[in-house]
Design a protein around this ligand. Sequence first.
Ligand code: TYD
Length: 202
Amino acid sequence: MFIAIEGIDGTGKSTQAARLAAYLRADGSREVVLTKEPGGWDGGTVLRELVLGGKLVHPWSEGYLFMLDRAEHVSRIIEPAVREGKIVVCERYHASTLAYQVWGRGLPIEPFDSLFKFSDFPVPDLTILLDMEPEAALARVRSRGEEDAFESEGSAFMTRIRTGYLEQMKRAAAFWTCISAEASPDVVFENIVSEIKNRGII
Ligand code: TYD
């Protein structure tokens, strides 16, 4: 079972991913692996620094790095865990690349779709989209302190990314669920749990 958690910056993905993993662990029926992109594997930190430092120049560098990061993450962490019957909860996955590099940066979608297919990356059984107004999400990010290269792009950029997520959801509605992230973390989590139960994941 492979669950991805997506959303623009500041929607509370880390908090909800950690709570979901703890909840699924407490259920006890299956082992749970909590992981994230970028950088969720040994060696991923170098890549993370490169891409989040905002110093890359070529328009495709970012995209290449995220795909490379995903290739190692899938092979080393996600696929072995799924094969062993574990539940993988992954904060950000391929939908982030499409939302940020395609809708956000304006790169064409086709090369990313092809790379995904030819790399044999798994499609998540469920993608949970935490959705909220970009202005409100950015205000949360700013209140946390330092912004990374993406967060400092501002609300027009985040609005394009939000559209990117909503468009992707339309295309694969059966495998996605959209949960409002405007409510308190407890309410957001209750909604995630009821979705997980409705779908028979536990
Ligand atoms: P994230 O780890 O969520 O940042 P933080 O630890 O600050 O919460 O992700 C880092 C940034 O990378 C985030 O702004 C989204 C971006 N990103 C992409 O642009 N493309 C991708 O494929 C991924 C996985 C992330």
